[in-house]
Design a protein around this ligand. Sequence first.
Ligand code: PPS
Length: 576
Amino acid sequence: MPHDHLIEPHGGELVDLIVDSDRAAELHEASRDWPSVDLNPRQLCDLELLANGAFSPLRGFLGRADYDRVCSEMRLVDGTLWPIPITLDVPRETADELEPGTVVALRDPEGVMLAALTVTELWEPDKEAEAERVYGTTNPEHPGVAYLYDVAGPVYVGGRVEAVQLPVHYDFPELRKTPAEVRAEFIRKGWTRVVAFQTRNPMHRAHVELTMRAAKDQQANLLIHPVVGLTKPGDVDHYTRVRAYQAVMERYPQMTATLALLNLAMRMAGPREALWHAIIRKNHGATHFIVGRDHAGPGADSDGNPFYGPYDAQELYEAHEDELGVKMVDFKLMVYDPEDDRYLPVDEVPEGRKTLSISGTELRERLADGREIPEWFSYPEVVAELRRTHPPRARQGFTVFFTGLSGAGKSTIANALMVKLLQMGGRPVTLLDGDIVRKNLSSELGFSKEHRDINILRIGFVASEITKNGGVAICAPIAPYDGTRQKVRRMIEPVGGFVLVHVATPLEVCEQRDRKGLYAKARAGIIKEFTGISDPYEEPADAEVTIDTTDTSPDEAANRIILYLERLGYIGHNHP
Ligand code: PPS
């Protein structure tokens, strides 16, 4: 029996693009002659939700007419409400191989064919117009716009999809439920009214109380349906979140709530995304959907202007609620009322009552400093999960990155620092000195700008891996180019500490010391492209510590860096 007959009255007709085994074998056989598209992480998410019917009624990647109308009116050509364009973007070279009628193999990064796409048309979208219409902004600080401009290829390919298999997931397989599986679960449990809760964040007490309140008000059961595909850059990783969700499920009264993971690639499109989320949940059999404050919004731009108003999503939803066929359960911001030890929507707080809340930024700060997170805010088991992956700074890794001219004293200070850190103990320390790296990692490289950049980026990659895993990396190359140093900073800061130390000993002093005799050779023209003599050195404007070794001993210099690390909290009482 097809799924869609199984699942009524929940959700309406469900598309299932996965072909039977005979057709799959046929497609595999034929695919030898087809061009291929290797899907990126976002496209993989989209394909999965197309294939399993989460994006019903879509049967493939949008063609041009559907795309245009979705962008301008949030509707497919046939009038169906659909707020987000689901398109397959490709590079121009790939597009050149395709034409209407071509069948393309859509593959995962390992080359496994997941689906066959029969191309109906190809076109070059006006990305600015798309950004303006879908996201309401062309500001690339919006993550959806950034993807559109920086990652998406210039050509869109529309066409129907026949899926051979769903993408494979090795993590949490028991929680990755297709829409048909979720609907079947509801039927098995006898649930006819189900409130779905979308989230990309760890769930704390406010979220649990909000969802319980929604369930009580609607006399419904709960589907906790977090996104584990792509969320906003910088979010807590989904492994940590899912372990925390599993712990939180124990807090709900027995047999009232269920957990399923959704491999959605979010766009952070705010109001439009709220409608999209509701359609997806309807396809999973939900009858109600929770929309809170700033639903699926990316926050504010660098000037502090929010991309969407806090309740824009609720307003747009309300205007389309009947058509969506999923009732909105709207919530204002929840705040804690210590007097009654409960959570309340901010508009229900009695006059003059003092309430408490902790913002996401504040929570991150508390985790980084190893400070207490109160029980009124979260559950001990959730906090424990967060602490495992977000240890306090005193247990995080960090990189100390020296830059400066040859002979400035980088290696000497780096060695002194390494020895002092080893004496303190607690973290493994790796020294990536310029000469050591040139011998072991970059022996084939010379001193052109291109080669120096490759060298520095290699050092940055190794240092970021060490830092990510809780170690200390001390790097001491010349690293003459500002842009390259900044790239390294951006690789490391998301995974731990980064301290740039400018060893600013003047050229005259370095040249006068000339310990290796290199300056003399450079002056004589025997060594070419020598930094400071015949090659540039760009002074950093972003160094955390600046040291001139003309009148500072290596011991003093290393001490200054240690004091700086203490001030930031990377060295301190919490040290294991
Ligand atoms: S870079 O620019 O960061 O990739 O340079 P780095 O890997 O630190 O290598 C610098 C060391 O190589 C020796 N050397 C040169 N330096 C600069 N310019 C030229 N042309 C050059 N040729 C060889 C020099 O000994 C540098 O070591 P340090 O320890 O800095 O004196």
